[in-house]
Design a protein around this ligand. Structure first.
Ligand code: ADP
Ligand code: ADP
Length: 232
């Protein structure tokens, strides 16, 4: 589903350059759930941003669902995010003036989906994240955990094959965080959605099938998680 071949990313910082990713190679199968952990600045967000087309690699190849993305235009990336990819961020990024239902419906409407099917899909995916009873509330009227549920509904509304989650529990307390991770895992496994998760939280990472440890822009270890081995 996701293949990285010698992917590198270098940022300019004044006269100097910073290598955020050093020739990372990785193959993630359809339906696999991978977590990326490691110290701040080791390249986790850079990796996720490259896979989501939010940033471009300096060298190397990235394949999504068998397609080489190196020659993608920004329009092709936009289409990929509308069809293939869902993204969840630490800070939720919901539109404050819109209700939960409208927030979930918005990306479907931007895709050009029709009125009635949009409302039905938005309602049903809000039910899936247990937010059906809050659908007419605006983000400011919801707790952090509830806002993240709406953001997850929005990310999954178009049935993406790939979900990217950057610190999805970073703004939540440990109880809300655990609920969000359980939700992400169960929704992803139900539809064979491939998940790439970046997190500082070991508990969150243990919801993955595999935990990759990153250091200085490299993948240095891959550990099967308790979720996979059943040794919780
Ligand atoms: P992590 O997510 O593991 O904290 P990042 O991927 O955010 O790490 O950052 C990796 C390295 O790249 C860090 O040294 C960071 O300062 C640098 N970096 C990330 N984004 C940029 C950017 N847009 N411009 C310059 N340097 C960046
Ligand atoms: P995290 O550790 O949670 O990933 P960071 O503070 O590393 O967060 O990065 C937050 C955002 O700032 C990212 O989008 C990253 O690309 C950008 N960033 C990180 N370091 C730099 C930098 N030195 N210069 C410019 N942008 C940066």
């Amino acid at each position: 589903m996701v293949k990285l071949a010698q992917l590198s990313k270098t940022y300019a910082r004044g006269e100097a350059t910073v290598a955020a990713l050093h020739g990372v190679s990785l193959d993630v199968a359809r339906g696999e759930f991978c977590a990326f952990v490691g110290p701040s600045g080791c390249g986790k967000s850079t990796l996720l941003n490259l896979v989501g087309g939010l940033d471009r690699p300096s060298s190397g190849e990235l394949y999504l669902d068998g397609r080489a993305t190196t020659t993608f235009t920004s329009h092709e990336w936009t289409l990929a995010r509308r069809e293939l990819i869902g993204i969840v961020f630490q800070a939720f990024h919901l539109v404050p003036g819109l209700t939960a239902l409208e927030n979930v419906a918005l990306p479907l409407m931007l895709r050009g989906d029709g009125g009635r099917s949009v409302a039905q899909r938005a309602e049903s995916v809000l039910e899936l994240v247990h937010m059906g009873h809050r659908k007419h509330h605006r983000p400011g009227e919801l707790s952090g955990g509830e806002q993240q549920r709406v953001a997850i509904a929005r990310a999954l509304a178009h049935r993406p094959k790939l979900l990217l989650a950057d610190e999805p529990t970073g703004n939540l307390d440990s109880h809300q965080g655990a609920e969000i991770m359980t939700l992400i895992r169960s929704l992803a496994k139900a539809d064979s959605v491939t998940v790439l998760l970046v997190t500082h939280s070991q508990t969150a990472a243990e919801c993955a099938d595999y935990i990759w440890t990153m250091q200085d822009g490299r993948l240095v270890a891959r550990t099967p998680s308790p979720a996979l081995t059943g040794v919780a």
